[in-house]
Design a binder for this molecule. Sequence first.
Ligand code: PPS
Ligand code: ADP
Length: 200
Amino acid sequence: METHITPYNYSISKAQREKLLGHKPLLIWFTGLSGSGKSTIANALENLLHAKGIKTYTLDGDVIRSGLNSDLQFTPEHRAENIRRIAEVANLMLDAGLVVLAAFVSPYKKDRAGVRKIVNEANFVEIYINTPLEVCEQRDVKGLYKKARAGIIKNMTGISAPYEAPENPDLEIHTANELVEAAAKRILHSIMPKLLHKHE
Ligand SMILES: Nc1ncnc2c1ncn2[C@@H]1O[C@H](COP(=O)(O)OS(=O)(=O)O)[C@@H](OP(=O)(O)O)[C@H]1O
Ligand SMILES: Nc1ncnc2c1ncn2[C@@H]1O[C@H](COP(=O)(O)OP(=O)(O)O)[C@@H](O)[C@H]1O
């Protein structure tokens, strides 16, 4: 379909924005079950990055779902649209030069592959927060698992909807044996080279 859309050619380039900020942009994508530790670890990592003067922004499931994506539920189709919109928002933030942390259950491989495609492989790091369902359920931070077991919540990931684990994540965190701060430091260590310009 012909769209009649012709973007205006703005003169400040992505490279100029990067130079001004002093580091490269990156999307750090956290995937895992509800209660696995995505937000907790993303928060700890953002603190470490912030302390290094790196410009960050965190996109989090519950916030996005109560605003931008408040029209979406948890069916496979709606989750796909949720992740697609988030990837587009993240892509704009990358263009602005930020280091974006994204904490979403994102249970479907094809949706995560879609993110990688939208933002470009080179800007993307996938972190699998691998916490067994039993541990997440025991934590039950928001009481969702109890409601899912009682049938009050439908399509609950891990209970009545699938979670497709990444086969080849850039990093995997086992929160049952790794403390929050240690996990955040390990992620920081692995992403730092990606944030530096070649001459640094
Ligand atoms: N059915 C069902 N399944 C999974 N999660 C549920 C569900 N219903 C509500 N919630 C709450 O919504 C948060 C997950 O939203 P996401 O946008 O990350 O989900 S998804 O990526 O589209 O699958 C998730 O947040 P986190 O606990 O931070 O993961 C839950 O608080
Ligand atoms: N090593 C760990 N890493 C991350 N979270 C942990 C860890 N150990 C215990 N927790 C606890 O697990 C819960 C994870 O909740 P949260 O970060 O909201 O998960 P998610 O964002 O994946 O839903 C928090 O209460 C956190 O304190």
